[in-house]
Design a protein around this ligand. Structure first.
Ligand code: CAA
Length: 381
């Protein structure tokens, strides 16, 4: 990998997270997939290392650090356990970052330190049963009443839904205004009328918690509106823009794992009197996997570095997310193909990676949405 583009500090971080992930996350990954449960142990271990505070101001208990450092850490976490990595990203890059950027000082001081310690978990509630890609069409309503807002509606496919204590929620005051009618709200566990239910039957990332969030006349005080009224859609986009860099890093980690699994297998497995690695077709596929992987990593680091430098990065974040997610799905598919029948059964790592990878081109903006965003930038819209 292109170590030359990492600082000494980033290399040390990468090495220590890799060593930790090999020791703590890898041994639990198969079991968490076979018998899914929220990865509390992993999340608390990440907190113990200060990783759940990355990019968060030390004033709120965070460890600070750059987005580049974050992506370096995420790649290693995802390489070891994909389900833990999505739990981590939804908590930190979506929920905590929304508070970090848009909550009041009081809310940040009250909630962020306990979220850094994973005593409270966060969720980002944007997607609805009627619309994922068309986020501005959301139907959950926010109606002004008694000095606050009453929320009614349903969110779905929400990561961390049933364990979250802190929910960032997007709701509309007026659907005819689409994006301009949306505000962002903070809802805490225990709010009357807040009901969360798990979604079962997920293809992969099984230990991550995915659920539905219902709001039945949930009243929140005006102070729980994060940012100005009508700015919620822009806030969601700003958070997603940055979080897509984190997801790209997750994709790189999963692709790396698939590549390693494939590389190891083709050097052991014999067919027609030679190792799979001795066939030219195998060599060409390995070369393509490694090249796509490295291109994805470089795009991810570029997006992170642009973000850290305060330069325009949205197009590059979408390029990284699109390329890295497609790469992860492709590499996992190739890893299964090398394994033949063995790759179709658990506990082959390739089988789990294939299922885990499949969602990557769907969540946090599908590959189609990423290309739309890239094209809009190219055309100056
Ligand atoms: N950053 C900042 N502002 C933005 C923006 C961005 N990236 N994109 C749009 N906006 C602003 C626009 O400037 C516009 O404001 P003005 O009118 O003041 O200029 C406003 O938002 C509306 O923009 P558009 O008209 O472009 O909006 P649109 O309806 O065409 O939608 C979209 C744009 C890019 C398709 C958007 O809906 C989108 O990103 N959809 C995908 C949603 C998504 O990623 N969901 C993921 C859910 S979270 C998740 O998956 C987590 C998980 O489980 C792990």
């Amino acid at each position: 990998m292109a170590d030359i583009l990492l600082s000494e500090e980033e290399r040390l971080l990468r090495n220590s997270v890799r060593e930790f992930a090999e020791r703590e996350l890898v041994p639990r990954a198969g079991e968490l997939d076979a018998h899914p449960q929220f990865p509390w142990e992993n999340m608390r271990a990440l907190a113990g290392l200060g990783l759940t505070g990355l990019t968060i101001d030390p004033k709120y208990g965070g460890s600070g650090g750059t987005t580049k450092a974050l992506v370096v850490a995420i790649e290693e976490i995802a390489r070891a356990c994909a389900a833990t990595s999505v739990t981590y990203i939804a908590h930190l890059s979506l929920a905590m970052q929304t508070l970090h950027r848009f909550a009041t000082e009081e809310q940040k001081a009250r909630l962020l330190p306990s979220m850094v310690r994973v005593e409270r978990v966060g969720a980002f509630c944007l997607t609805e049963p009627g619309g994922g890609s068309d986020a501005a069409s959301l139907q959950t309503t926010a109606t002004w009443r008694d000095g606050g807002y009453v929320l009614n509606g349903t969110k779905t496919f929400i990561t961390n839904a049933t364990v979250a204590d802190v929910l960032v929620v997007f709701a509309t005051h007026d659907r005819t205004k689409r994006a301009k009618g949306i505000s962002c709200f903070l809802v805490e566990r225990g709010a009357r009328g807040l009901i969360t239910t798990p979604l079962h039957g997920k293809m992969g990332m099984r230990a991550s918690d995915t659920g539905t969030v219902h709001f039945e006349e949930v009243w929140v005080p005006e102070g729980n509106r994060l940012g100005p009224e009508g700015q919620g859609f822009k806030e969601a986009m700003l958070i997603l823009d940055a979080s897509r860099i984190a997801i790209a890093a997750q994709c790189v980690g999963i692709a790396q794992s698939a590549f390693e699994v494939a590389l190891s297998y083709v050097q052991q497995r014999q067919a027609f009197g030679q190792r799979l690695a001795d066939f030219q077709h195998t060599q060409f596929t390995l070369a393509e996997m490694a090249t796509r992987l490295e291109a994805s990593r470089l795009l991810t680091w570029q997006a992170a570095m642009l973000y850290d430098a305060g330069q325009p990065f949205i197009k590059e974040a979408s390029m990284a997310k699109w390329m890295a997610s497609e790469t992860a799905v492709w590499c996992a598919d190739r890893a299964v193909q090398f394994h033949g029948g063995y790759g179709y059964f658990s506990p082959a790592a390739a089988e789990r990676l294939y299922r885990d990878a499949r969602v990557l081109t769907i969540y946090e903006g599908t590959s189609e949405i990423q290309r739309l965003i890239i094209a809009r930038h190219l055309l100056g819209r």
